[in-house]
Design a protein around this ligand. Structure first.
Ligand SMILES: NC(=O)C1=CN([C@@H]2O[C@H](COP(=O)(O)OP(=O)(O)OC[C@H]3O[C@@H](n4cnc5c(N)ncnc54)[C@H](O)[C@@H]3O)[C@@H](O)[C@H]2O)C=CC1
Ligand SMILES: CC(=O)C(=O)O
Ligand SMILES: [Mg+2]
Length: 371
């Protein structure tokens, strides 16, 4: 198969869809890979490294989109990229369609076969192609939160871990999945007081076993969320209902009653966000203030540590990329129900139920297109 890797064009996004090592995996199996000039240069993955792995370097994204049978990316295609997709072409990347009607419309119109990393499931449960970036974003969320508690960044002027004789800050983490657990690890490591909330008591039970009395676990409902948020100096939003828009768990009213100079980090912003006051921001301008509360809502947090993130992402994406290239999309999806769960839009149809229902499209099952 002819596989194409364009350079990412989202704001401050230096990750790249395939590393030179991943290119080599495909080339060794007889596939051809086109990589856009300087696609990995910002993170030290030079064109000559890609050539050494057997890729051809191509000047423009337009040529890659025109020639490749499968496009491998990181972030959701931007409008000019959607316009270059064509009927039957495979797009393998993060999509986050539920909060994004414009992108969904463009992908439906393209006729392309669009697989979303974030809805591909794993044999042992979970979302293994989302997990590595959730690990990165969860860890970063505490770094970002701690930095924005500083006075110069709009925060209340609080050192998260405190010092001897002065109490540490209180971090409330909503959602105890991959983001939440990684945030928890760093917050505990920094010496903060931590409360974690989830709807899954099993998940809270596991965390209680690991972290013991270094964290407080709470069953998540409107009452406990309000209690935790109003007492917190830093709130991390890390909830997910797979494929669907995030539930708005923290209301505008709660935000207005939080401590002035507190910080919220809405990691779930790529699915629309779980704070009513959130809107997506960029690494260039990561925050805004509502009612004295600093909001950090960057939708591609791992892009800031693009080198670590690219390698971590490739570890999770390469096996399915190889299967898609070896077998073509129909046979690859027929052979693997977990990969099939990644199909969000296909040949003009919305094939992911939560996206179809959320955005008002008829839902067409992947199976009906694979028959
Ligand atoms: N902004 C960014 O750069 C990034 C954003 N993300 C996003 O972070 C979000 C979380 O991802 P993961 O941790 O991997 O998901 P996950 O599936 O591992 O965890 C989500 C957790 O939310 C819990 N949850 C669902 N509804 C809840 C409620 N009402 N109250 C409390 N908890 C609830 C679930 O029980 C689950 O434990 C996703 O939207 C993901 O796309 C991930 C990576 C980067
Ligand atoms: C998951 C995601 O949105 C990201 O890595 O940017
Ligand atoms: Mg988007």
């Amino acid at each position: 198969m002819l596989v194409g890797v364009p350079k990412e064009i989202k704001n401050q996004e230096s990750r790249v869809g395939l590393t030179p090592a991943s290119v080599k995996e495909l080339v060794l199996r007889g596939h051809q890979v086109l990589v856009q000039k300087n696609a990995g240069a910002a993170i030290g993955l030079t064109d000559s490294m890609y050539e050494g792995s057997g890729a051809s370097i191509i000047d423009t994204a337009a040529e890659i989109f025109a020639r490749a049978e499968m496009i491998v990316k990181v972030k959701e295609p931007q409008p000019q990229e959607c316009a270059m997709l064509r009927e039957g072409q495979i797009l393998y990347t993060y999509l986050h369609l539920a909060p994004d009607p414009e992108q969904t419309r463009a992908l439906v119109k393209s006729g392309a076969v669009c697989l979303a990393y974030e809805t591909i499931t794993g044999a042992n449960g979970g979302l293994p192609l989302l997990a590595p970036m959730s690990e990165v974003a969860g860890r970063m969320s505490i770094q970002a939160g701690a930095a924005h508690l500083e006075k110069s960044k709009g925060g209340m002027g609080l050192l998260l871990g405190g010092v001897p004789g002065v109490a540490p800050g209180h971090v409330a983490i909503i959602g105890a999945g991959v983001v939440g657990t990684n945030a928890l690890q760093i917050a505990v490591g920094m010496g903060a007081r931590v409360t974690v909330l989830d709807k899954s008591v099993d998940r809270l039970r596991q965390l209680d076993l690991v972290f013991g009395n270094r964290v407080s676990t709470m069953y998540s409902n409107a009452h406990t969320i309000e209690e935790a948020v109003l007492d917190a100096d830093l709130v991390i939003g890390g909830v997910l209902v797979p494929g669907a828009a995030a539930p708005k768990l923290v209301t505008r009213d709660m935000i207005s009653r939080m401590k002035k100079g507190a910080v919220v980090v809405d990691v779930a912003i790529d699915q629309g966000g779980c704070f009513e006051t959130s809107h997506a921001t960029t690494h260039e301008q990561p925050t805004f203030i509502v009612d004295g509360v600093v909001h950090y809502c960057v939708a591609n947090m791992p892009g800031a540590v693009a080198r670590t993130s690219t390698f971590a992402l490739n570890n999770a994406t390469i096996a399915h990329a190889v299967a898609l290239a070896d077998k073509g999309w129909k046979r690859a999806l027929q052979a693997n129900p977990h990969l099939k769960n990644g199909l969000n839009v296909c040949q003009g149809h919305v094939t992911y139920e939560a996206v179809a229902h959320g955005l008002g499209y008829p839902y067409i099952s992947a199976d009906s297109l694979l028959a």
